[in-house]
Design a protein around this ligand. Sequence first.
Ligand code: IMP
Ligand code: MG
Length: 189
Amino acid sequence: MSSTVRPFAVKSDPRLDGRAVKRIAFDEAAITTRVTELGREITAAYPDGNLLVLGLLKGSFIFLSDLVRQIIRPLQVDFLVASSYGDGTVSRGSVNLVYDPETELEGKDILLVEDIVDSGRTLNRLMSILKEREPRSLEICALLHKRIANGLQYDTRFVGFDAPNEFLVGYGLDHAENFRHLPYIASLQ
Ligand code: IMP
Ligand code: MG
């Protein structure tokens, strides 16, 4: 029931500016249910320690804000901004930090929050940068996982949903900076 497609509601959604979406992959109710469960899993996984939830901008901003309200223990929040540089059309795959968290990372339990794992390249690079800061633990929480990231060298401990191999937008995910504000996750036509 929760994944019911509502074609008329979506077709007339003024947020889409006339763009058709192929289908709703995860609707608001499904997202709310899963984020609440993830919050419970994360709360149980960190019985002690100083938890730092690190959101990777921009894609994680909505997910992170909902998720931290479901983690029932003390925590801190900070953000990372990564930038990948390519030759203009094709990414060469190098990822750099353009904003480095101000919070002390050493000794913390870091939970890196990402919107979607695709090739895994972004996470590989960020995890190796963060490991050098000597946190007590370092785990990944991804809202969506396309399960095609055969190059991902790290375990994704917390995953919201396995995602279809389609281009998804909404709930933080964008296409050319549009559609981040959709309250559901949809695949573009
Ligand atoms: P990766 O480094 O290939 O794993 O790419 C991860 C990043 O690519 C994500 O943080 C997103 O910003 C972007 N991305 C990958 N797949 C999608 C998608 O289906 N919709 C929107 N953004 C995506
Ligand atoms: Mg992103």
